[in-house]
Design a protein around this ligand. Sequence first.
Ligand SMILES: *Cc1c(COP(=O)(O)O)cnc(C)c1O
Length: 237
Amino acid sequence: MSISEQLNKVWAQVAQAAVKAGRDPAEITVVAATKTQSSETIRSAIAAGVKVCGENRVQELTAHLEEGAYDEAEVHFIGHLQTNKVKYVVGRVALIHSVSSEKLLLAIDKQAGKLGIVQDILLEVNLAGEANKFGFTCGETPDMAALCAQLNHISLRGLMCIPPAAQHSGENLYFFQKLHQLAVDIRPKIEDNRVKFTILSMGMSGDYEDAILAGATHIRVGTALFGPRAPIPEIKN
Ligand SMILES: *Cc1c(COP(=O)(O)O)cnc(C)c1O
């Protein structure tokens, strides 16, 4: 199937899940997870209707930006980010989904300050407490949200999670509902920032329908658009 056909299939399933959840499909943004894809493929995806690309690796982001691959589409950063690489990402992407430590948060604020901008971010939550994943615990997240509200060059837009890989449908619904509830609990605590705190980035190719049922506003889809990826070495941004 072509990217265009795959994208139409994803959109149809998004619409179906949205209707099932009593939601407007227009509330849901499909973020094309473009890791390992060439600039050529990214251009095809955008030509087919992709509006937002999500990059995992600083190196790929930089290369695609240099090659002008994103055209009119928005770019987000969705992968693990090391503090010493923030200068390659801050101000170059519309949203950083994967802010997973206080140190990283402060480094992003500092770099955004240098550029004189406000960087939109999400806090990544490690819902299942998995040792091999990054992110704040549910307990730490409200404190981090409160800290974001005090930083001048950060705009906290919502939360993101990567739950364990689902083997069958329904399996991750619990985690998605948990992230939704966490956002509901945090909203009253962040006063001025409240109106902008609207994004829930959750759901990938294997489980985005459940994520939509639980309130996802952004789903990050790679395989369902581009087909299976060659295995890639551990990502160390
Ligand atoms: C690769 C990736 C995705 C997409 O995964 P698929 O299962 O291929 O849809 C989503 N989010 C993040 C953070 C990723 O690294």
